[in-house]
Write a protein that binds this ligand. Sequence first.
Ligand code: NAP
Length: 282
Amino acid sequence: MEQRVFGHTGKQVPVLGQGTWQMEDDSREEAIRSLRAGLDLGLTHVDTAELYGHGRVEESIVSEAIAGRRDEVFLVSKVMPSHATYAGTLAACEKSLRRLRTDRLDCYLLHWPGSHPLEETVRAFEKLVADGKTRAWGVSNFAVADLEELVSLAPAEHVACNQVLYHLEERAIEHAVLPWCEARGIAVVGYSPFGNGRFPSPRSPGGRVLESIAQAHGATARQVALQFLVRRPSLFAIPKASREAHLRDNAAAAALELSREELQRIDEAFPLGPSSDALPVL
Ligand code: NAP
C-alpha cells in the first residue's frame, strides 16, 4: 500500500484508509472482519468519530477491530462542534479514548466548524498533544475562511489535515481548499469517495468513461475513481466498506497506475463545477 507523509506530522500514512460512518447499521461481525482485513492489506488509517452511532462505532466496532494491533493503526477520531469548548474537547477526547480502549489517538479533528470559539478548541487540541492523548490534530469541513481563522490561532504547521467531501461528482475543494492546504503542507483527506453509496452508474456518460479505463487495466470503476481521487501528493481517501469483498476491491486501487491521458479523460467526464466560497458537506 502506497504511503505518504501526512501533513506536518512527518508520519507515513497509506493513501487509502478506512471510513467507519454508519457501520453501526451493518453486521457488526462483518464490519470488524472487514476493518481487520483492511489492516492486513495496509489500510491502517482508520477514521471514526464520537458522532458515529452515538459512540457505538468507536466502542463496539473500531475498538474490537484494532484490539491487539494499536501500533499498526493511524487512528483518527473527531469531536463534535457542540462539545468543542476547551473543557468539552478534553472530555470528549477522554471518552473516545475509553470507548476505543486506547491511550492515544494519532489525529483528533474538529468535525465541522461550530459556534464555540475556535480558539478554545485549538487550545484543547494543543493540550491533548502536550499530554500525549493525540499525536496530532486537524479539522474537517473547513472552507478557506475557516482555515484562515484557524491559522490566525495556531501555526499552520500544527494543523495536520482538513478532512473534506471529495468524490468525482463533488470536486469543489479543487477550486480553493485543496490549493490552500497544499500551499501550507496540510494533508487533505477526502471523505465519501463513492458519494456515500451514490457511485456513478455504468450507464451514465461518466460511468462509461470509468468502465472503459477500468477494462483497460483489468480493474473496477471504483478503483479507477479512488486512484483519481489520490492523484495529488496531498490527497488521501477513506472509503468505507463493511463488506470484505468491497474492502478488497478498494485496497487493490492503490496499485493501479493511471496515465496522464486517462486522468484527463476522467477530469473531462466529471467537470469541476462552479467555484463558491461555501464548502459542500454531506
Ligand atoms: P463512501 O465511502 O463514499 O461509500 C460507502 C458505501 O459504498 C457503502 O455503502 C459501502 O458498502 C459501499 N462500497 C464501498 N466499497 C465498495 C465497493 N468496492 N463496491 C461497491 N460498493 C462499495 O461513504 P462514506 O461512509 O460517506 O465516506 C467514507 C468515510 O468518510 C466515512 O465512513 C467516514 O469515516 C468519513 N466521513 C467523514 C465525514 C466528515 O464530516 N468528516 C462525512 C462523511 C464521511 P458496504 O459498507 O456495504 O461495504
